[in-house]
Design a protein around this ligand. Structure first.
Ligand SMILES: [Zn+2]
Length: 256
């Protein structure tokens, strides 16, 4: 019994040029969700679900960011913010703006997950694996004795029931990031367009794990599913018309 695998990508730090190379050099079975920081011309022809990836920093103009990302992706049904910033009030905004689901909750390594209605009927598509968490756990949670790139996570997903949302970053796949320090030392060079051969990690890293996941999927004839169609099937019944006005949330201000 295999789970339902959903490959998703957050496009932080990816330019149009980098994305073209990524699409040319990285492939996977099935459809993915691209949570985008910008529009990419090269993605318009690809058969993947496109959704926004807003950046909501402390003290930032959240209303402007949410509006501009909605304008960039007016037909998107999915949503994931950078660092998975979320709240009941953001959920109200997403419902008002017609999004069907958010994929921000962490459910690391859990089996038996399913789309479930969250606040105001916005479905939650919990994240089973995220590459940045994988390389950050030993930093933020030293006692967890975390071992990154654990193929047990792949085996569990392929041999258990449930929804398994994998969250990767193309920048990490292109660098084959092995750890946070490696990434932080090369991120600006990546953004500046330094040739990848000068940046890519030659040993075990995020791309290695990703390729192992894709190989396991192919070996079983499984494909990644996009989340939008799944959300359509799990939509809570009932209209979501009488929703509050747009500016109901205020980004937190630092105390004086
Ligand atoms: Zn992000």
């Amino acid at each position: 019994m295999a789970g339902l695998i959903a490959l998703t990508f957050d496009t932080d730090h990816m330019s149009e040029a980098r994305m073209e190379v990524f699409l040319r050099t990285c492939d996977w079975p099935g459809r993915a969700v691209m949570f985008c920081t910008q529009r990419y011309a090269c993605l318009s022809e690809a058969d993947h679900e496109l959704a926004p990836h807003p950046y909501l920093p402390e003290g930032g103009d959240w209303d402007r960011e949410l509006t501009s990302k909605r304008d960039l992706f007016p037909n998107a049904v999915g949503w994931r913010s950078h660092s998975c910033v979320y709240s009941h009030l953001i959920a109200a905004r997403l419902a008002r703006d017609g999004y069907l689901y958010a994929s921000v909750d962490e459910a690391w390594g859990h089996i038996g997950l399913a789309p479930s209605p969250g606040s105001w009927g916005v479905l939650q598509m919990p994240i089973y694996f995220m590459d940045t968490l994988d390389i950050s756990r030993s930093l933020f949670w030293p006692s967890s004795n975390h071992r990154p790139f654990d193929t047990e996570l792949i085996d569990r997903a392929l041999n258990s029931d449930g929804l398994f949302v994998f969250d990767f970053h193309p920048v990490h796949l292109m660098l084959n990031t092995p750890d946070v320090e490696y990434y932080m030392r090369r991120r600006q060079a990546f953004v500046d367009g330094t040739p990848l051969r000068e940046l890519v990690h030659p040993g075990r890293g995020i791309a290695t794990f990703f390729n192992e996941l894709c190989s396991a999927l192919r070996a079983r004839g499984e494909v990644s599913t996009a989340l939008g169609s799944l959300a359509q099937r799990h939509q809570p019944i009932g209209p979501r018309a009488s929703l509050p006005p747009a500016r109901i949330y205020v980004s937190p201000k630092a105390p004086a």
